[in-house]
Ligand binder design. Structure first.
Ligand SMILES: *Cc1c(COP(=O)(O)O)cnc(C)c1O
Length: 495
């Protein structure tokens, strides 16, 4: 032990390699045990607010504690406040799969602890990412213009929210230049306008606010009865904005809306974009994964006209959060918008123009080796394995949808083309709410809701790795039994 008088001594000795091995093996065992027994736990049992903090000391420990004690507190302190997203009965929001394969990739990334902001700060970090995202272009049947060997390319972002912001900033750059060229004046003083449907994810409006465009210049275009953006109304809004002297700049089309999995008509939207020089971004956060299978490639319609396209392997593909792929048709537009090169980052590889520096494709400077988990998953499952997962989930969703269609008390609100089933009780919102509450109280399942054309909808999002047809059948049994019972019970005797 170093002497306490030694100014360079640390009272805490960091773990040495041997202690790390032991603790690491124990933690892996703990994770495996958790996953093996997850089904015994209620999916989402929430403690009282503040209950978890109440178990924590008021101040950080002055003296370092043994790792074994910290690991034990995962059970004591953390587990009572965990919602089990990896549970086979997880049908809420979206599947957030954290496969063993991706956990290993994540661990390798943390172990290497490299920064990949420049090619030269860890060439593998850039080249594996570029290459794997090229693999995915082929695997999903997306257009060649997104390949790094063309003018485009892919980059990993943390989330679809960041992808939208990055795309919007590039679009803003293009729109301001266009305005300058066309009229001999800058865009200054004229408003840029963003268009998306009223079913689009909230991240689009957030991106517009962050990009300085402002909420009042975000046009939320109404949708048709399936939830898809109405192109006639989009065209009318664009024309109106132009007449007012604004600059229409950006459209975000959604492939698989968060609420009911609606698909915007991307090809028709692209026609409007071409006519008015608008940037076309496509947000396929959840449903993009479906394109692994030929028969679901309808989700790619219009991709060849998109300036940017994103999807989240951290949703329906078994890659743990965070992992969003953003493809861009012309990478020069992105780099022009985001590149600032300070002296301390200058290096020969960058100057040579032969490498990609991903710092110019994202908001932060620093970046971790996020591609490793995607690489682990793609290699370990193989495309065949991933396709089988998608097909299984869609088959489970269709079986549930058919049962709902056959139940007098329930309505299938929209077709379920992929892995989301949207259900309402025919007796109205109160009955739907009672159904949601009953399911979520039961402990075996967890579902979430949305509003669609004013109506309360029970969403069943299928895609957890652990979910088997038997789990969806059990949910169906529960749903149908409770829905019928609700009709049979007179309202006055319910309270
Ligand atoms: C989930 C989702 C998002 C947001 O995803 P993040 O990656 O968490 O930002 C955006 N759009 C759609 C359509 C989504 O389903």
């Amino acid at each position: 032990m170093p002497s306490r008088n030694d100014p360079f001594s640390s009272p805490h000795q960091p773990l040495d390699a041997e202690a790390f091995r032991r603790a690491g093996h124990a933690l892996i065992d703990w994770i495996a045990e958790y996953r093996e027994t997850i089904e015994k736990r209620p999916v989402a049992h929430l403690p009282q607010p503040g209950a978890i903090r109440a178990k924590l000391p008021a101040h950080a420990p002055e003296h370092g504690e043994p790792i074994a004690k910290i690991l034990a507190d995962l059970d004591e302190v953390v587990m009572p406040g965990i919602v089990h997203w990896q549970h086979p009965g997880w049908f809420a929001y979206f599947p957030a799969n954290s496969s063993y394969e991706s956990i290993l990739g994540e661990l390798a990334s943390a172990g290497l602890g490299v920064q990949g902001m420049l090619w030269s700060t860890s060439p593998a970090c850039t080249e594996v990412e570029t290459h794997v995202l090229d693999w995915l272009v082929h695997a999903l049947g997306l257009p060649e213009r997104f390949l790094s060997t063309s003018a485009g390319g892919g980059v990993l972002q943390d989330t679809a929210s960041s992808a939208a912001l990055v795309a919007l900033v590039a679009a803003r750059e293009r729109a301001s230049q266009f305005a300058t060229d066309a009229r001999g004046i800058g865009a200054f003083g004229r408003a840029l306008v963003v268009y998306t449907s009223d079913q689009a994810h909230s991240s689009i409006e957030k991106a517009a606010r962050l990009a300085g465009i402002g909420k009042e210049f975000v046009r939320l275009i109404p949708v048709d009865e399936t939830g898809a953006l109405r192109v006639d109304l989009l065209e009318a809004e664009v024309a109106r904005d132009r007449a007012l002297g604004h600059i229409p700049a950006f459209v975000s089309a959604t492939v698989g809306t968060t609420g009911v999995n609606a698909v915007d008509p991307v090809e028709e939207i692209a026609r409007v974009c071409r006519a008015h020089n608008l940037w076309l971004h496509v947000d396929a956060a959840m449903s993009g994964t479906a394109a692994l299978c030929e028969e679901f490639r309808f989700v790619n319609a219009g991709a060849e006209f998109a300036d940017s396209w994103c999807f989240n392997p951290h949703k329906w593909m078994p890659v743990n959060f965070d992992c969003d792929v953003l493809w861009i048709a012309d990478r020069a537009e992105l780099v022009r918008a985001l590149s600032v090169l300070p002296e301390y980052l200058r290096n020969a590889a960058t100057e040579s123009g032969k490498v990609i520096d991903y710092r110019d494709w994202q908001i932060p400077l620093g970046r971790r080796f996020r591609a490793l988990k995607l690489w682990f998953v793609l290699r370990s499952f193989g495309l065949e394995g991933l396709r089988a997962l998608v097909r299984d989930h869609v088959a489970m969703a269709r079986e549930l949808a058919a049962r709902v269609r056959g139940c007098d008390a329930l309505e299938l609100v929209v077709d379920a083309p992929l892995n989301l089933v949207c259900i309402a009780h025919r007796a109205g919102d109160d009955a739907t709410q009672r159904l949601i509450d009953a399911i979520n109280r039961d402990g075996h399942f967890f579902v979430s809701h949305c509003r669609f054309h004013g109506r309360l909808i029970l969403r069943v999002s299928i895609g957890a790795l652990a979910t088997k047809p038997s789990h969806v059948r059990a949910l169906g049994d529960f749903l149908l039994a409770h829905a019928m019972q609700d009709i049979a019970t007179p309202a006055e005797s319910r309270a």
